[in-house]
Design a protein around this ligand. Structure first.
Ligand SMILES: [Zn+2]
Length: 223
């Protein structure tokens, strides 16, 4: 079984390449995501390349091979099922489970993971709305739009928060913008860099909020 360090590298390469739609990921980006100096990340790329998990081109970047891609999806499956378990069964708040899952994703066995999956009824999304890959590595990406681009004055549902920073997630949770909540974007001003919205269901129905464009861009909704 690959070490936790190998799994973290592979996962971050996958997430970074997903963000930039599949092209090679520059080394600086991987080093930053893992909190290491670029030299350390480069040394690791050579080891991962020898193990057949990545293709690495100096000064261009890195991409996953098919075995690397399978490993990344397996780590994400563990991470996201654990988050769902911690919310549904353990009762932690969805804004605080990411850090726990970062640790547990490397130690949970396939047997335990399968039992967790069955216990939860084979969920397809984690508490942040991220898709949970199946045991064979398939998942539904769906089509989501951010609060910066979704239609005005029509009801949309919060599907996913594309930022795992605990402080940001806490802010979003306190504002009532949890995944599953319905809302209407009432006004959007690019010059004032703000998005005004109104919640339309749940305990905070009718509440209005104003978000900066940066925060609004991280909240993905299903139209
Ligand atoms: Zn997470």
């Amino acid at each position: 079984m690959p070490s936790a360090t190998v799994e973290d590298y592979i996962k971050h390469i996958y997430l970074a390449s997903e963000k930039q739609r599949g092209s090679e990921v520059p080394m600086g980006q991987i080093a930053e995501a893992l909190g290491v100096v670029p030299g350390t990340a480069t040394t690791m790329m050579k080891a991962l390349s020898d193990a057949g998990l990545v293709r690495y081109a100096p000064r261009v970047g890195v991409e996953l091979t098919d075995p690397g891609n399978r490993l990344a999806l397996h780590v994400l499956r563990r991470h996201r099922l654990i988050e769902q378990f911690l919310v549904e069964v353990v009762g932690l708040d969805w804004s605080e489970v990411h850090e726990e899952a970062e640790q547990l994703e490397h130690v949970v066995s396939d047997l335990l993971l399968d039992r967790i999956d069955a216990l939860l009824g084979h969920p397809t999304e984690d508490p942040h709305g991220d898709p949970i890959p199946s045991a064979t590595g398939e998942f539904d990406r769906g089509r989501l739009e951010s609060l910066v681009e979704c239609p005005l004055d029509s009801e949309v549902i919060v599907a996913r928060i594309s930022d795992q920073d605990t402080e940001f997630l806490n802010y979003i949770s306190r504002s009532g913008l949890n995944p599953g909540v319905s809302l209407v974007v009432e006004q959007r001003s690019l010059s004032a860099e703000s998005v005004g919205l109104r919640l339309v269901d749940g305990g905070s129905s009718g509440v209005t909020l104003s978000l900066g464009l940066g925060a609004a861009a991280k909240i993905l909704v299903r139209v």
